[in-house]
Design a protein around this ligand. Structure first.
Ligand code: SF4
Ligand code: SF4
Length: 116
């Protein structure tokens, strides 16, 4: 499953540079598929294709947030979720609404880093 950030976040910013997929953004910041990935465009589950550089509405305006579709739980890069490892208040937790198998997470990692 993906990791999520709870409202216990103190906005310290320690997690953001640790994410291998650039799935973490500061509250209020727009996110993009292409940030930290090799995606020039993204083919989405609903069949639409959009430019990787298209800015998206922030998931949270108050706290750092994780884009679930860019989070691979660090599978393929690290042994454990790096955001959870560095968070000083332990507010990076499993997201019950985004459960995925390790196989699926590896596929997602390959998709995000096609040319890597
Ligand atoms: S678990 Fe890994 S991939 Fe997911 S948001 Fe945290 S650092 Fe990024
Ligand atoms: S490390 Fe934890 S407290 Fe700091 S910004 Fe990330 S989620 Fe928030």
């Amino acid at each position: 499953m993906a990791i999520m950030i709870t409202d216990e976040c103190i906005n310290c910013g320690a997690c953001e540079p640790e994410c291998p997929n650039n799935a973490i953004y500061e509250g209020g910041a727009q996110w993009r598929w292409a940030d930290g990935t090799s995606l020039k465009e993204a083919a989405l589950a609903d069949g639409t294709v959009e430019p990787g550089t298209l800015p998206h509405t922030p998931v949270s305006d108050e706290y750092y947030y994780i884009v679930s579709d860019k989070c691979t739980e660090c599978v393929g890069f690290h042994e454990e979720p790096q955001c959870a490892a560095v968070c000083p208040v332990d507010c990076c937790v499993d997201d019950p609404d985004h459960r995925e198998t390790r196989e699926r997470l590896l596929e997602k990692k390959e998709w995000l880093h096609i040319a890597a």
